[in-house]
Design a protein around this ligand. Structure first.
Ligand code: UDP
Length: 252
């Protein structure tokens, strides 16, 4: 195995990942960190093992989406917290799909946490930490010229396909996909693909067989709400998902 060295040029450092150039233009290496942040990085911690867990969970989910015909930036794993991906021009829009009301939706709207949302709700946010990732309206999106109307349609379609695929997969292993955030990007050939990561950092996942509203949480809300057992919860998600998915591929 040729391990992509961490000595490649650092292209970008985010809150949970670092992105490095490689010796190939059409390949970048993503390092998943153990850093945990919440509330726009006001709350921070190091959670040993989180990076490796999220890297593996993301790989399994990207490969699952790929099998369903949903294009992603993912190419393969390398080591326990490195992923090789296609470089993309990230659309500065956070795409959230909600199947059950939780989080900001319940803080901003008179909707009780736990209310099923049928059909699922799609919310778009402008990706800008300094502005606190504000909720977008279609008119604002148009004004900012972030995407064309056709691209917006493609984003919506992709988001709902991701939701359908992941919701069914998680249901199979006794988990409710409450909501999730994805980021999308355009490849060098102009293809719109799912990028970034898909993990308990970016999804709300509730254990179906547990009714206690705190004990059922198997995602980043354990960190946000100081519930403890964050890494253990992510480990449980990995154990369940890898029980029904093929071993993720190693790049190269
Ligand atoms: N989310 C994310 N990154 C963000 C904001 C939200 O991954 O910057 C995820 C979050 O984990 C949840 C979903 O998107 O699964 C919806 O989050 P929400 O809008 O409810 O915001 P929150 O309650 O997390 O502030």
């Amino acid at each position: 195995m040729t391990l992509i060295p961490a000595t490649g040029r650092l292209l970008y450092e985010g809150k949970a990942k670092r992105v490095y150039a490689t010796d190939q233009d059409d390949l970048v290496a993503v390092e998943y960190k153990d850093d945990a942040t919440a509330f726009n990085a006001l709350k921070k911690a190091q959670l040993l093992g989180k990076g490796a867990l999220n890297c593996r969970i993301s790989a399994l989910l990207f490969e699952h989406l790929e099998r369903l015909g949903v294009p992603t930036h993912y190419l393969g794993l390398q080591g326990d917290h490195w992923m090789l991906v296609r470089p993309v021009r990230v659309v500065p829009v956070e795409v959230v799909v909600r199947n059950v009301a939780a989080g900001s939706l319940c803080r901003q709207m008179p909707i009780a946490a736990g209310t099923p949302l049928d059909p699922p709700l799609l919310d778009l946010y402008y990706k800008d930490d300094a502005l606190g990732d504000p909720l977008l309206s279609e008119a604002r999106l148009e004004r900012l010229q972030l995407v064309t109307p056709d691209q917006l349609e493609a984003i919506r379609d992709l988001a709902f396909r991701v939701n359908g695929g992941l919701r069914a997969l998680f249901a199979q292993v006794g988990l409710d996909l409450v909501d999730f955030k994805i980021e999308l990007g355009f490849t060098s050939t102009g293809e719109l693909v799912v990028a970034d990561e898909i993990s308990p950092d970016t999804c709300r996942l509730w254990n179906r067989s547990v009714s206690d509203v705190e004990a059922r949480i198997l995602d980043k809300d354990r960190f946000r709400q100081d519930l403890g057992g964050v890494v253990e919860a992510y480990g449980e998600v990995l154990k369940r998902v890898q029980g029904v998915c093929p071993e993720p591929r190693v790049y190269g």
